[in-house]
Ligand binder design. Structure first.
Ligand code: FMN
Length: 368
């Protein structure tokens, strides 16, 4: 349904949360938390306050692990115990003092954890990873514990003053591992049919709502399809649509549409957007999500030019536009798009955002 009244800088709601404009900072692992425990640092607060000053409507933090065995990589932020709350408070306060809104993204890495920081990974099924590592199959009590871990982490975000929580259900982490037939080969209550593969996400949503109450905004980043070139037996767009159609029943407030398992830069964060890859490369998934739910739809993946962002909104394909790499390079891009000083992101999608060493944090290292 087209909507000509909507533009990038008109307000929007995610559940009870009013957001001043339609630009979102998509979750971006900043690699600025302490080792080994994942505490927030002043450098992370400073990065997030810079984003708030840059005018983005909603900031989503880099993924924060909900339990030690869900820690995906070194220097990842954590919400796994109450001791993390004071540090998380400094992040929410830094954003609020600069007029912004912030959601904490909560995650469990499952089989997708870096062995260097999380030995002995677990997953729905013992399917070998690309590096040949075989995760341990989760027991029913591991599964119940992991869902509860999401719930408690969400409560910590709420206590720390975050405006919302985003559940990470994309990019091949634990929730995606349960949804995907490639990584979930179970034949018990948690696998074997698309309905049973959805049960872990349903358990996570129930645990989160049980902890934060009915009013607190909770939404999801969902991988609507796996990289089927790499995993032909993975999650298909039709499977993704079925999941989207259930999200309102799971009491979620919005969905950010992304890809699932099987590749980072060649599928999720594509290189050379605008030349090799089209802008807005998950737009067709957003269109299918839009048709399957009344929840607000957030589109991420290769959004670069103001004209296309406005067009996506006016066409009604999404309600919000989410950016990751462009805001690493230009945290003030939203203000400059609003004033007309910029008409597009300078990001060339070169894939050189990650730090070279510990303690450095993300930064754009692309030339040109
Ligand atoms: C350095 C870096 C860190 C990322 N960290 C996360 C993360 O913590 N959680 C997440 O859901 N996606 C993460 N992503 C994926 C992005 O949020 C986004 O989905 C993807 O890069 C496509 O958007 P873009 O074209 O605007 O970069 C990360 C991507 C990059 C490049």
């Amino acid at each position: 349904m087209s909507n000509k009244q909507v533009n990038l800088f008109s307000p929007v709601r995610i559940g009870s949360l009013e957001v001043g404009n339609r630009l979102v900072r998509s979750a971006t692992a900043e690699r600025l938390a302490t080792e080994p425990i994942g505490r927030a640092t002043p450098a992370l607060a400073s990065l997030l306050s810079g984003l708030a000053r840059g005018g983005v409507g909603l900031i989503i933090s880099g993924h924060a692990y909900v339990a030690p065995r869900g820690k995906a990589h070194p220097e990842m932020l954590s919400a796994h115990c109450d001791e993390m709350i004071p540090g998380l408070k400094t992040l929410a306060a830094a954003v609020h003092q600069n007029g912004g809104r912030i959601a904490l993204q909560i995650n469990h890495g499952g089989r997708h954890c870096d062995e260097a920081c999380t030995p002995g990974t677990m997953a729905p099924s013992p399917v070998p990873t690309r590096s040949g590592r075989v995760p341990r199959e989760m027991t029913p009590s591991d599964i119940a514990d992991a869902a509860d871990d999401f719930g408690r982490a969400a409560r910590r975000a709420q206590l720390a003053g975050f405006d919302a929580v985003q559940i990470h259900g994309a990019h091949g982490y634990l929730i995606g591992q349960f949804l995907s037939p490639h990584t979930n080969r179970r034949r018990d209550a948690w696998g074997g049919s698309s309905e049973r593969r959805l049960r872990f996400l349903a358990a996570v949503c129930e645990a989160v709502r049980g902890e934060v109450g009915a009013e607190f905004p909770v939404f999801i980043k969902l991988g609507m399809m796996d990289n089927l070139q790499r995993v032909p037996d993975g999650l298909t767009p039709d499977d993704g649509v079925r999941v989207v159609s259930r999200l309102a029943d799971l009491k979620l407030d919005a969905v950010e549409v992304s890809g699932g398992y099987g590749g980072g830069s060649d599928f999720i964060s594509r290189l050379a957007v605008g030349s090799k890859e089209p802008e807005a490369y998950f737009r067709s998934l957003a269109q299918r999500a839009r048709a399957a739910t009344h929840l607000p739809v957030i589109l991420v993946g290769g959004l670069r030019s103001r004209a296309l962002m406005d067009e996506v909104l006016a066409a009604g394909d999404a309600d919000m536009i989410s950016l990751c790499r462009p805001l690493i390079r230009e945290p003030d891009l939203p203000n400059r798009l609003r004033s007309g000083e910029a008409t597009a992101a300078a990001c060339i999608s070169g894939g050189r955002c990650w730090p070279k060493g510990m303690g450095q944090g993300i930064a754009c290292k692309c030339e040109g």
